[in-house]
Ligand binder design. Sequence first.
Ligand code: GLN
Length: 549
Amino acid sequence: MSEKTKYIFVIGGVMSSVGKGITTASIGKTLQSKGYSVCMVKCDMYVNVDAGTIRPTEHGEVFVGEDGIEADQDLGNYERFTGIASTRDNYITTGQIYKTVIEKERNLEYGGEDVEVVPDIPNEIIRRIKEASVKNNSEITIIEIGGTVGEYQNLLFLEAARMMHLESPGSVVFILVSYIPIPKTVGEMKTKPTQYAARSLNSAGIQADFVLARAEKHLDEKRKEKLSIFCNVPIENIISAPDVDSIYEVPLNFEKEDLANKILKKVNLTPRKTNLKEWRELVEKIKSIKNQIKIAVVGKYFATGDFVLSDSYISVIEAIKHACWANNVNPDLTWVNSKQFENDLNSVKTLSQYDAIIVPGGFGSRGIEGIINAIKYARENNIPFLGLCFGMQLAVVEFARNICGLEANSTEINKNTKNPVIDVLPEQKQVLENSRYGATMRLGAYPAILKQGTKIYELYKNFDLIKDNKIFERHRHRYEMNPKFINTLEEKGAIFSGYHLRKDGTKLMEFIELPKHKFFVATQAHPEFKSNPLNPSPLFYGLVKSCLG
Ligand code: GLN
């Protein structure tokens, strides 16, 4: 299988943040639409073993795969576009590669030889790419190399790409995704930075087969000719990739440029079919929607300096969009920093202008009282509310305090609270005592048994997702609803509508709802990770629907 697999490398030029992840995901989508099985791999140049220990304001959201891998947010893009669930096969970091090579060396697996940075490190990268391809029955594997050509950190990944091309030139394609600025004072597209990027790639031993020119506008013929000559790429392989209103339009633009067919031709394949109909209809629908609803996302990770970094919650944002579109409305999103509800209790009333309130995941104690105030406001004023992970934990704290009259908290926030309604499991206590933070949370997909007759059961049922009373959602947390308090909350009207049953018989509460409220739903899981534009998440869908009456 792996002998026949084709490999497409996507490499960035000029600068980051030009949408390399969306580009890679869209290439995957269009090749898939031609009838080929694809696998997407992200190579992150960091020494981190996974993204789990990186602050979200630093690196964006930590995306969680089906098997619990804590990965770069690009895996979320791949999944939203192709519908293929991510696992650790799809994520490679410098840290993982070195860790494996060093472990092999300690086990004498190099048979007494010197272990060298080149070729041993690239060889391990190649092994991982091929392993991912075989395990996922991939006919075409698309590998996105993090960072930008010319930086020191991703050189060994480029080296791996070069070596794969050397081994099988007809099976490897290189795509340079570059940026073409239009300086205000000049008013014209400048191709020189991209020419330099193509040359930097040459000095790593790689000749681009395609240049994908990201820019505000379409490339004109003149710029195409220039790029062709100076980047040494046939003119038909200079692809125009202008800014678009919705990222979901990108695959359709690529189709207009015939990119997928050109890539197939390059590796001696022909399209088996073209099937982008459903996607095209989706994009047309998105463009035609007129009505809006106002949604507040209340949390604390939004600000870095003077900027709002919504990247930390990219999957939540996309899940909101998917659910809105399925309900024929557009979201008008506002990031509300919970800090403001701490100093000025009255300011929480400003939340009355929103149709719905979402409290997403989070960690630590900063800004927490403000979030709890916001949840109280949503509950008391019948504003549709969805709590995700930390959002559920804080909804439990709010209910315990204000309805059950307990002096309650999560032990994450106050270790010595009188009533630890949210607490760690015993095994997590040891993890924390030994500071073993990496990859030790409750991670990945777990089944939850749903209670019939609840709102949550109905929502999942309408999406046909319940099998044997169970649904699967992904997780990333250390703390849990403390079973000692379940009865107290239920006596006061809360319903725990689903739980995970552990092998030892313990039940972990996964969902809570308040039946008398218009829509007050919270989950210990992160349903946003499984939402895609063609299949929205039932809980997000329910939230939006409840706003529309
Ligand atoms: N901090 C909480 C926990 O670790 C919630 C985590 C989250 O929201 N992802 O349990």
